[in-house]
Design a protein around this ligand. Sequence first.
Ligand code: HEM
Length: 122
Amino acid sequence: MAKISSVLNSGFFFTSPVKLPTSEPEERLITMEEVSWHDNANDCWIIIYDRVYDITDFLDEHPGGGDILLEYAGRDASVAFRGSGHSKQALRALSRFEIGELPTHERIFRKPGGFKISDIPE
Ligand code: HEM
């Protein structure tokens, strides 16, 4: 007869927990270090308000031009985005390009005690 310890160690009782599908999947966490590798016209990620956007396909569409976006390729563009007085429509357009968000310890805005701006997306 198999010893109880060998049954316990067999992995039978220790399978990884089943992840139930949720209506809102968790956002992918992407570090600033990872973002920094995507810093050119063929692969361009930027950070705005702690969220990460792949704007490679948007460079040619941006009403303010692609060059200005490339200045922030692989970097945080929150201040530049805000400073250029974008409309609510532009703010909403961001979600189209979102691929993830920064881990909490790298955030500026969306964390407990973070820098508060009333009109940034939740
Ligand atoms: C994914 C990020 C961005 C999106 C979706 C976006 C979207 C837009 C949109 C829709 C406009 C037209 C005006 C408006 O509706 O506000 C615009 C204009 C503009 N954007 Fe962006 N933008 C982004 C990032 C940036 C960044 C990082 C800068 C950096 C400074 C910038 C600079 C400008 C400028 C200067 C204009 C004015 C162009 C003009 O009126 O001649 N944008 N942007």
